[in-house]
Unconditional design. Structure first.
Length: 348
């Protein structure tokens, strides 16, 4: 099998490349990125890297033809959407993905909110306007991930003058702990899902997960199953929830793609690719005592911010488990891959 994977300077792509290399040793892994530094700095887990600065279709079609690519796996949302929408141009390499319209519904917070309500799934209340909204509340762009563009309104002076309600959603702020349920889905059926809980984020006010642990809650599977079955969805997905102190579970959003915390499931024995690639040669052992994973070096910036906010719990948990924590990208074993994630961050 020949795989084309990217953006390879993303820690998500590196985690996937490492998993494939360790569990499907006979596969050839080709990677791509638009950043020229990846010519010299990219993970050791790929056989060959291509720098494609314009990300035009022709370059990818040429690579797919020349290197006989079986599976094309873009991990970044913006490029994935373009490729998925035009998946027929890339032969059969994107056939593990279903209808693009189902991706659009899951990726759009407004459409997802309405679908979840129709299916009787608990979601934060949606406000029609800033005037109607009750403080505290949150304003989110419809189709951006990783907390990009999110505004938290905690007092009247924080309220923006105006927003475009066609491209943003105004929601009730729900206080709780971030949890997620991730899987590959085929024709509306979830394959081998894995649940996780956020232990640290960056930004600490409510950003991306930087440190996580295993979390089991059958309700996450039930809610996610209702939605993907209704859509007959095929593809990767991570459903994000908030777990309140009263044990209520609110669906916040869905990442219908390979997600940032994918390494948490993989290092603990979940093979999200089994339905696509087939069973690996060496059986993956499910771990009874699930290890915690983190993004380095962002985790250290995150922990410093928690200290400034006098929130010592994430710091205590991280250093208590220091010898058992597993980084998404390991500097010792994959120094060029690790450096590529830092350069990516500094130059983006």
């Amino acid at each position: 099998m020949n795989i084309l994977l990217g953006d390879i300077s993303s820690y998500k792509a590196i985690s996937v490349a490492k998993f494939i290399r360790e569990n499907y040793s006979d596969f050839k892994i080709y990677s791509f990125d638009s950043r020229s530094f990846t010519n010299d700095f990219h993970t050791k887990y790929v056989d060959k890297n291509f720098v494609i600065e314009d990300l035009g279709f022709d370059s990818f079609i040429d690579i797919i033809d020349t290197y006989k690519i079986d599976f094309f796996i873009p991990v970044i949302n913006e490029s994935l959407a373009r490729f998925w929408k035009n998946k027929n141009k890339f032969k059969n390499t994107l056939n593990y993905l279903g209808e693009f319209s189902t991706y659009q519904i899951l990726n759009d917070k407004l459409q997802l909110h309405e679908l979840a309500k129709d299916l009787k799934i608990l979601v934060p209340e949606k406000y029609k306007s800033l005037k109607q909204a009750i403080i505290p509340f949150v304003v989110k762009p419809n189709d951006l991930s990783s907390a990009k563009g999110v505004i938290y309104i905690n007092q009247a002076k924080d309220i923006p003058i105006s927003i475009n309600t066609n491209t943003s959603i105004i929601q009730q702020y729900v206080k709780g702990t971030g949890v997620g349920y991730s899987f590959y889905c085929k024709n509306g059926r979830i394959m081998d899902g894995y649940g996780h809980k956020r232990l640290a984020e960056y930004p600490v006010s409510g950003g991306s997960s930087t440190y996580r642990e295993h979390y089991q809650d059958e309700r996450m599977n039930e809610m996610a199953s209702k939605i993907v079955k209704h859509l007959n969805f095929s593809g990767f997905a991570m459903f994000e929830f908030l777990l309140t102190d009263s044990n209520k579970l609110y669906l916040l959003e869905v990442n219908p793609r390979i997600w940032g915390s994918i390494n948490q499931g993989m290092v603990n024995g979940t093979n999200y690719f089994k339905e696509i690639f087939g069973t690996q040669k060496t059986k993956i052992k499910k771990k009874k005592n699930h290890v915690k994973t983190y993004i380095g070096p962002v985790i250290y910036i995150s922990l410093v911010n928690y200290l400034f906010k006098m929130n010592f719990k994430p710091v205590f948990i991280f250093f208590k488990n220091i010898f058992n924590n597993v980084p998404d990208v390991n500097f010792i074993y994959d120094p060029k891959g690790y450096l590529s994630t830092i350069i990516r961050k500094l130059t983006s």
